[in-house]
Write a protein that binds this ligand. Structure first.
Ligand SMILES: [Zn+2]
Ligand SMILES: [Zn+2]
Length: 130
C-alpha cells in the first residue's frame, strides 16, 4: 500500500479519503495554505512550496513541476561555477608572481656565467685590477 501524501504539506495518510478530508479541512477551507513550520498563510500550494524552500530550506524533491527544481539546481550550479572561477583567478595571479621570480633568478645565473659582464660588474673588475 502506497501512503498518500498531501501535496500541500507532504503529510502522509493511510488512504485517499483521509487525505481528501485533510486537504479540505486544513488547506482548502482556510482559503490559503498555512506553513506547518511557521504558520504563515500563503495564497496556494505553489506559494507554500516557494516559501518552504526560501524560508525553511526545504528540498523540492516532491515537486511534480520540475521547473522549480531545475531553477534551484541551475542557481546552485551557477554559484559553484562562479566560486570555481574565482578560485582559478586567485590561482592564476599567484602563478604569475612565481613565474616572474623564476625569470629573475635565471637572469642572475646567466650573468655569472657570461664573460661579457654588465656595467655593475665592470666597475668591480676595475677596482680589483688597480
Ligand atoms: Zn496537508
Ligand atoms: Zn514557514
Amino acid at each position: 500500500m502506497q501512503p498518500r501524501v498531501c501535496p500541500y504539506c507532504f503529510k502522509t495518510f493511510s488512504n485517499s479519503f483521509n487525505l481528501k478530508q485533510h486537504t479540505i479541512n486544513v488547506h482548502i477551507q482556510s482559503q490559503g495554505v498555512a506553513c506547518e513550520i511557521c504558520e504563515k498563510v500563503v495564497k496556494n500550494k505553489w506559494y507554500l512550496r516557494k516559501h518552504l524552500v526560501t524560508a525553511h530550506g526545504a528540498p523540492l524533491k516532491r515537486s511534480k513541476d520540475g521547473s522549480a527544481t531545475a531553477a534551484a539546481a541551475a542557481a546552485a550550479a551557477a554559484a559553484a561555477q562562479q566560486q570555481q572561477q574565482q578560485q582559478q583567478k586567485d590561482k592564476g595571479e599567484e602563478d604569475k608572481e612565481v613565474e616572474e621570480e623564476e625569470e629573475e633568478e635565471e637572469e642572475i645565473v646567466v650573468d655569472d656565467l657570461e664573460p661579457a659582464v654588465p656595467s655593475n660588474k665592470k666597475g668591480k673588475k676595475a677596482s680589483s685590477a688597480k
